[in-house]
Design a binder for this molecule. Structure first.
Ligand SMILES: Cc1cc2nc3c(=O)[nH]c(=O)nc-3n(C[C@H](O)[C@H](O)[C@H](O)COP(=O)(O)OP(=O)(O)OC[C@H]3O[C@@H](n4cnc5c(N)ncnc54)[C@H](O)[C@@H]3O)c2cc1C
Length: 423
């Protein structure tokens, strides 16, 4: 049992950090819990920032993970608007931006990720945006509304989830949208060409223009305002605003400064703090969870950094249990969801291009009501995506977990209940 006089410190007040704090208390930890976050807002959920909140359909209050009063009730000491600027793993201290020194017994790094920046001329112009924080979403909401009123042009660099969701929101506001993407389809790195094309069609139907196989080289401006963007194939697109949605980089600065093991940024996980399957870093008193953690995945037998909501939701609590000395083997099947226009989807598993031998679908792909399955060369299910089909995630994850070859014909046949394929 953990000593009640201990102090557990959490750096990062996103979903992983807030859920870790909640779990420490629900598991009966009575020591001090200190949550440090450089944002001034109480911990909040990010998915609405590119969906309902961006569209003005959800209230600001709805994005917060807990009511502000909950933290005091749960005796979580909050340091908001304060970055942790130095970590000394020998003295077991964290120094905050205001100079305060906090001593910990155990520490959780839940510092998340930050938007990658375009490294080209013109990124300092007023009309260049990123989307990670509430304040970004509030600003972008105003921008989209005014582009919509004036038939303005939004150029989005990157056809990933955030780029596509913002494109859908922008079209809903009535803005003109062009997506510039280096790959041949949106979401190429996650879905591959077979299913990436589905999202091209969806967005084209809603009036989005794509420019594939190209990279932005310059944002052209005048008097501080964006006028156009240029690409490496010599094209120019008019633009009033630009959203850089080219991925996120894990916030590892503190871990790096403290000498913790990190994962190579050029590798498939895109960097991150290296943790074992119990979410422990190379320092036995420091853990990491959420977007920043690159964890040994016991089920997938690889090191994986998952930048998705469910991983923060479940990884934060798993790290909290590990901090309390419980045996933890974090082996959740990676999962994420997205909503664009009237299409909702969920994806479970991990099947980057090159890892799978075939994709089979059950249902009506043309009507966008189907489930897609990515199969390994030996017939195992690597991943499944349900599009406007619901309540199948548990079964898909069970099939992935089984690790057994599955008959592709049975997967594709809607007459064969999916459950019947479970071992
Ligand atoms: C716009 C948007 C839409 C998304 N939509 C979806 C979706 O539809 N589905 C899905 O599965 N996932 C989605 N995600 C991803 C999901 O939100 C993230 O995976 C999740 O937020 C990760 O949580 P986290 O707690 O690990 O990190 P974060 O949410 O990034 O929180 C980390 C916090 O730590 C703070 N911090 C960092 N360094 C320090 C420091 N040194 N000192 C103090 N504080 C620090 C940061 O400012 C931040 O507040 C979306 C993300 C974004 C940005």
């Amino acid at each position: 049992m953990v000593d009640a006089h201990q102090t557990f410190v959490i750096v990062g007040g996103g979903l992983a950090g807030a859920k870790a704090a909640e779990t420490l208390r629900s598991e009966g930890f009575t020591g001090r819990v200190i949550l440090i976050c450089d944002e001034r807002d109480h911990p909040y959920e990010r998915p609405p920032l590119s969906k309902g909140y961006l569209l003005g359909k959800e209230e600001r209050d709805s994005v917060f993970i807990h009511e502000p009063a909950w933290y005091a009730k749960a005796q979580i000491e909050l340091h908001l608007g304060q970055p942790a600027v130095h970590l000394d793993p020998v003295a077991k201290t964290v120094r905050l931006g205001d100079g305060a020194l906090i001593v910990y017994d155990k520490l959780l790094l839940a510092t998340g990720a930050e938007p990658r920046r375009l490294d080209i001329p013109g990124t300092g112009l007023a009309g260049v945006h990123h989307l990670r924080r509430l304040a970004h979403a509030e600003r972008l909401r105003g921008v989209l509304a005014s582009l919509g009123r004036e038939n303005g042009q939004l150029v989005i660099a990157g056809g990933g989830w955030i780029g596509l969701e913002v494109a859908a929101a922008a079209r809903t506001y009535g803005a003109e949208v062009t997506i510039i993407e280096t790959a041949p389809t949106p979401l190429y790195g996650v879905l591959g060409p077979e299913l990436g094309g589905l999202f091209t069609e969806l967005h084209r139907e809603h009036g989005v223009r794509f420019h594939f196989g190209a990279r932005l080289t310059e944002i052209v401006g005048q008097d501080g305002m964006v006028l156009a963007v240029r690409t490496d194939d010599g094209e120019e697109h008019p633009a009033h605003d630009v959203l850089a949605a080219i991925g996120a980089a894990p916030r590892t600065a503190l871990a790096e400064q403290a000498g913790l093991d990190l994962v190579d940024r050029e590798g498939s996980s895109g960097g991150g703090i290296a943790v074992d399957s119990g979410l422990r870093t190379s320092d036995p008193y420091i853990y990491a969870a959420g977007d920043v953690a690159a964890a040994d995945h016991p089920l997938l037998d690889t090191r994986l950094r998952v930048e998705h909501w469910a991983n923060a939701l479940n990884g934060g609590p798993a790290a909290a249990r590990a901090m309390l000395g419980q045996a933890v083997s974090y082996d959740r099947v990676p999962y994420f969801f997205s909503d664009q226009y009237d299409v909702g989807m969920e994806y479970s598993g991990y099947a980057p291009p090159g890892s799978y031998a075939q994709v089979v679908c059950r249902g009506d792909v043309a009507k966008r009501e189907f489930v897609a399955f990515w199969l390994a060369p030996d017939g195992r299910l690597l991943a499944g995506m349900n599009v406007n089909v619901w309540d199948v995630t548990e079964t898909i994850q069970g099939l992935i977990r089984s690790g057994r070859p599955i008959d592709p014909a049975a997967l594709a046949d809607p007459e064969v209940p999916l459950d019947s394929l479970l071992p």
